[in-house]
Design a protein around this ligand. Structure first.
Ligand SMILES: C[S@@+](CC[C@H](N)C(=O)[O-])C[C@H]1O[C@@H](n2cnc3c(N)ncnc32)[C@H](O)[C@@H]1O
Length: 146
């Protein structure tokens, strides 16, 4: 499915996203994180929240996925620069995730669902790759100023 992503990938838009962190934008999720988890961040953008997630679950593995190659490149470079070795970043679409059923202990997604035309379809795909009974946390931003 080809959708328009309104914010785009200018340096302004990317720098805006890159100011986010797990502490500022994912604090609600932190109490559920455990060392050793296998965690997916869907729509990870430049990866600043994802790297916080990776640090919180080490030695578990964080996979960040985003449909945009430039964002994946930035996230992977930041992981390398910060010495975060338990994070990997892949290009991919939430509507057809490149993972087997029941792959993850937890899934996080921040500021993606408000951009999707078929959120129910995306949610079904997240359920597919999430182990039964495990943890799904997502934030849908509304309004301006985020
Ligand atoms: C508003 S940014 C949020 C980035 C990051 N989660 C954050 O909060 O800083 C939304 C991200 O979702 C990605 N995205 C949009 N549609 C997608 C899709 N169908 N599958 C995967 N990623 C998608 C965009 O490329 C963008 O990087």
């Amino acid at each position: 499915m080809q959708e328009k992503y309104t914010p785009g990938y200018s340096s302004n838009a990317t720098n805006f996203m890159a100011k986010r962190s797990l502490d500022t934008h994912g604090a609600f999720f932190k109490p559920y994180l455990r060392p050793g988890m296998k965690l997916l961040d869907c729509g990870c953008g430049p990866g600043t929240i994802a790297l916080g997630l990776a640090k919180a679950i080490a030695p578990g593995t964080l996979t960040g996925i985003d449909r945009e190659a430039s964002q994946i490149r930035i996230a992977a470079e930041s992981a390398f620069t910060q010495g975060v070795s338990n994070a990997n970043f892949l290009e991919g679409n939430i509507y057809a995730l490149p993972f087997c059923d029941n792959s993850f202990d937890a899934i996080f997604s921040h500021a993606l669902f408000e951009h999707l035309q078929e959120p129910a379809q995306a949610l079904r795909e997240l359920w597919r790759v999430l182990k039964p009974g495990e943890l799904l946390g997502f934030v849908v931003l509304t309004g301006a100023g985020f």
